[in-house]
Design a protein around this ligand. Structure first.
Ligand code: PRX
Length: 637
């Protein structure tokens, strides 16, 4: 069975693309009409990229959870909606049918309401990958509360920053999270964050790892107790809150080239339409398929392709609590075999990491259920692409290389499985509705093929970022001010002779470490918090597994005789301020940094040194002190 908006042939793709450019509003109107709206929209689109101000399906009323759950109950009620595979393979998995997931969401929505949460309130969710995370997200959406999921790897300070920015009065968390052999004491991290956030009124704690936690009277409550109370009272209205198409659905924080992470805001109607549309078309989802996206729900990939996209179309989505290498490097393949997974959507960093274990972990694993493979988060190198293709897809599964961003809400450029051709290391073609353009530094469009430039998007699509929470000007300057009338992605891109797009990486000061976006300025700020540090400069360098590693050049009045200990102290400081994901891989102590006479650090030079290209540093004559470069070159790690 195909979906109303499913493109099923190359000819249809070409026709849909053409129509979507010639008449975008007519195109999206047809796609949107297959969803459940309480009230249809009055107008499809209003937009300008100057302010920016983009509105889709104006006047339309809906609740996304009625699309994800209620509308499937009659036809798919007993079908698995969510398959949960625990961290520990010896523990039982859980399967929630659409009816069961609906019931859980409705119950927890009532818990939220009973604890004072109202439409428009921000709820921070800091949990491991347990089914209750999915339930909490959907329960927020059910009552119109704006969820802000924070990845379990972020530190107390990062959480406090986000809580303050969003003024979130409510938190849903767990006692702890399981990740491979490790346990993360989530509630303890929250408690540390709350020292700086006296405005938080309620913390709902799901009991999972049996980690001892502090529970403060009047503020902290147990998830299970609250659900039991609701169930015992029988007082569950079950009603979904009616939302305007443009009401915010969630905030998701992401790093940019300057300052603290910004809260990307997505709205209800447009996000729903695009998440489901892109899910069905890119993966060519067929009713009955089991879809396994290995991302964490703390990132946009998990929002769009574990939860909202699949559930909106009545798919079965698989959620995995653990990591690919525990208890051994065959874990993904065990899961594929056990649950007969049809679509596997993962990241190049995971593929490269598994590749390093060879093919032994694949022995005896039946991967014949796989139909489609996907990659996301960073450029996939050809070697990893071929390994994935040969050993996992056995040459018979199309690999979709999906390019998109937190801000785009859904996949923008990608081949569509078995519809448009793949090309290793290329995201290939835009989805119908997406108009990519390449521009030079002056914003002049670069037309024709076999050309490179900065990647921008010309026309809005339904799930485009609406604002950065609490600071619309930041949204404008970050994405819409660099090039007039264009959304700027921050990525560099090559368009080949056939019009296929290959993303070449960020052109701003943003790193992509294991598919995680980290701003160099953020890492520098954290390093500079260390007592001994005078100044620092952070750049990326190619890393075999992570894609990019973090290289820090640091001017430091060493606090220990032992340089290595000082390095570890600095790394610990970064882990405290941001989280372990931002720890530098290499720290080189230097006596000065290469600066222009106006005091600007010449990162280009540091980047080349970090990459090992020490002989070809380009023009260094504008430097204040060219000698410093020689010293840095000599001390390279
Ligand atoms: O540089 C691009 C890279 O990841 C960035 C977006 O990061 P984030 O918002 O965290 O979202 C990641 C998951 C959608 C982009 O600006 N990126 C993402 N997908 C690809 C990619 N680079 C190359 N190829 C991709 N398929």
């Amino acid at each position: 069975m195909s979906y109303p908006f499913q493109i099923t042939s190359r000819a249809q793709y070409d026709a849909a693309y053409k129509q979507s450019i010639e008449n975008p509003e007519a195109f999206w109107e047809v796609v949107a009409s297959s969803f459940l709206w309480r009230k249809p929209w009055d107008k499809v689109l209003e937009w300008n990229f100057t302010q920016p101000d983009v509105k889709w399906f104006l006047g339309g009323k809906l609740n996304i959870t009625e699309n994800c759950l209620d509308r499937h109950l009659d036809t798919l009620g007993d079908k698995p909606a969510l398959i949960w595979e625990p961290n520990n393979p010896d523990e039982p998995n859980r399967i929630l049918t659409y009816k069961e997931l609906h019931q859980e969401v409705v119950q927890f929505a009532q818990v939220l309401k009973n604890n004072g949460v109202q439409k428009g309130d921000r709820v921070c969710i800091y949990m491991g990958m347990v089914p209750e995370l999915a339930i909490a997200v959907l329960a927020c959406a059910r009552i119109g509360a704006i969820h802000s999921v924070i990845f379990g790897g972020f530190s107390a300070q990062s959480i406090a920053d986000r809580l303050q920015d969003a003024q979130a009065k409510y938190i849903v968390t767990c006692d702890g999270a399981k990740r491979g052999a490790k346990q993360i004491p989530l509630k303890e991290v929250i408690d540390d964050a709350l020292v700086q956030c006296p405005f938080v009124e309620k913390v709902i704690v799901h009991f999972h790892t049996h980690t001892p936690v502090s529970m403060i009277k009047g503020r902290d409550v147990w998830w299970q107790d609250e659900v039991d109370k609701v169930a015992a009272s029988g007082n569950i209205d079950g009603l979904a809150t009616e939302m305007d198409s443009e009401d915010p659905l969630f905030i998701l924080y992401t790093s940019g080239s300057t300052g603290k992470p910004k809260g990307v805001v997505h709205s209800c109607g447009g996000y729903m339409v695009y998440a489901a549309y892109s899910f069905v078309n890119v993966f060519q989802y067929q009713q009955g398929d089991i879809h396994f996206c290995t991302a964490d729900i703390g990132w946009i990939t998990g929002h769009s392709y574990i939860l909202y996209g699949p559930l909106c179309v009545g798919a079965t989505t698989l959620m995995f609590e653990g990591i690919p290498t525990w208890p051994d490097a065959g874990r993904f393949w065990d899961i594929v075999d056990k649950h007969k997974v049809n679509i596997l959507y993962t990241a190049p960093t995971a593929i490269r990491s598994l590749m390093s274990f060879g093919i032994e972990p694949l022995q005896g694993k039946d991967l014949s259920s796989l139909k489609v493979l996907g990659s996301v988060g960073e450029p996939i190198n050809e070697e990893a692409w071929h390994w994935f293709n040969d050993n996992i897809g056995k040459g018979r599964c199309p690999i979709v290389d999906t390019w998109w961003q937190t801000e785009t809400g859904g996949i923008m450029i990608s081949n569509m499985a078995d519809i448009t051709p793949a090309k290793p290391a290329y995201a290939t073609l835009p989805l119908p509705g997406i108009q990519p353009v390449l521009v030079d530094e002056n914003g002049k469009e670069i037309t024709g093929n076999d050309v490179s430039g900065n990647l921008c998007i010309k026309h809005p699509w339904p799930s485009i970022i609406r604002t950065t929470y609490g600071d619309h000007e930041r949204c404008r300057t970050n994405y819409f001010a660099t090039y007039p009338n264009l959304y700027f992605t921050g990525d560099g891109c090559y368009r080949d002779a056939d019009g296929n797009y290959r993303i070449t990486g960020r052109v701003d000061d943003v790193l992509n470490v294991s598919g995680h976006r980290i701003g160099t300025a953020e890492v520098e700020n954290a390093i500079n918090m260390h007592t001994g540090v005078v100044e620092s400069a952070v750049v990326g360098y190619p890393h075999d597994i992570k894609g990019q590693g973090i290289y820090a050049f640091v001017i430091c009045t060493n606090t220990h005789d032992d340089d290595n200990l000082t390095r570890q102290d600095i790394a610990q400081t970064v882990a405290r301020i941001i989280g372990a994901i931002a720890k530098p891989d290499k720290i080189q102590f230097v006596s000065g940094l290469p600066k222009t006479r106006s005091g600007k650090i010449m990162r280009r030079i540091l980047r080349k040194i970090a990459e090992g290209e020490t002989n070809n540093l380009g023009d260094t004559t504008t430097l204040l002190d060219p000698n410093v470069v020689e010293e840095i070159k000599a001390g390279r790690i």
